[in-house]
Design a protein around this ligand. Structure first.
Ligand code: GTP
Length: 238
């Protein structure tokens, strides 16, 4: 029997990762590959909730630099996450999973509104639940949305899928001498000024004793290995 370290997970994916090698938008191959990996763990009986960013389509902060009102830009970013969520939902269903999409901003014709109890019920029934539109508020990132939803649904862990394979002593893309942590505490991350998530999201995890694992989602099989308890990426814990 396969062991399962985590029973309920919140998987946080970046919007940019959906681009694959493209400059913009959604790469079908990449999204299908994510769906396959998610199915592997869902088939093990893991309850999977997902939050995805929108950076491949629209970024609120950059819009502000271009002169747009920040709040306006943030709402556009939230809509971008709904587009990505719908694309992911479609890919997951194509791969044979049951899914439900809930949005923090009501758009009844497209998806369900976010209702915590309903989300938990869906998870219990084995449906993959995607949470769209971030927290529904400007000035919050999708990392914060992921963390908040993870706490609300009482997930065991937040899995932050990125293109680097964990947390390093320095930016590995700039500093070749940087080394990776297997495990690090929340306090060490603060003390060393390392970037894991924005501070709102990170503090929310710490205060609610919610561990974070940063890992490379683009390496096929990583998600499953992680669930089976293998050391993949970096674990941030108390
Ligand atoms: P259970 O009753 O717990 O089995 O959940 P369920 O999701 O199957 O029941 P429900 O009748 O709520 O939903 C049936 C379908 O309608 C699902 O595909 C939902 O995602 C969808 N649905 C439910 N509420 C809404 C909504 O407000 N808007 C949209 N667009 N779809 C919805």
């Amino acid at each position: 029997m396969t062991t399962m370290k985590y029973k309920r997970i919140l998987l946080k994916l970046s919007g940019e990762s959906l681009m694959g090698n493209k400059q913009f938008g959604i790469d079908n191959e990449r999204i299908a590959q994510y769906a396959k990996q998610i199915k592997e763990v869902a088939d093990m009986g893991v309850q999977v909730a997902i939050v995805i960013g929108g950076g491949n389509i629209f970024r609120g902060i950059q819009a502000e630099e271009g002169g747009m009102d920040r709040v306006h830009g943030d709402y556009m970013g939230m809509l971008a996450t709904v587009i990505n969520s719908m694309a992911l939902q479609s890919a997951l269903e194509k791969a044979g999973m049951e899914t439900r999409l809930q949005s923090a901003i009501k758009m009844e014709q497209i998806c369900e509104p976010f209702i915590r109890r309903k989300a938990v019920r869906h998870l219990e029934k084995g449906r993959v639940v995607i949470f769209g539109a971030g927290t529904g508020n400007p000035y919050f990132t999708t990392d914060t949305a992921g963390t908040l939803r993870a706490i609300e649904i009482e997930a065991d862990v937040v899995l932050k899928g990125t293109r680097v394979d964990g947390i390093y002593t320095a930016d590995p893309e700039k500093d070749k001498t940087a080394t990776k942590y297997d495990v690090i505490t929340f306090d060490e991350v603060y003390a060393k000024g390392l970037e894991v998530m924005d501070m709102t999201a990170f503090t929310l995890c710490k205060e609610n004793k919610l561990p974070i694992i940063v890992f490379d989602m683009n390496k096929v099989g990583n998600l499953k290995r992680l669930i089976e308890g293998e050391k993949v990426g970096t674990l941030v814990d108390l």
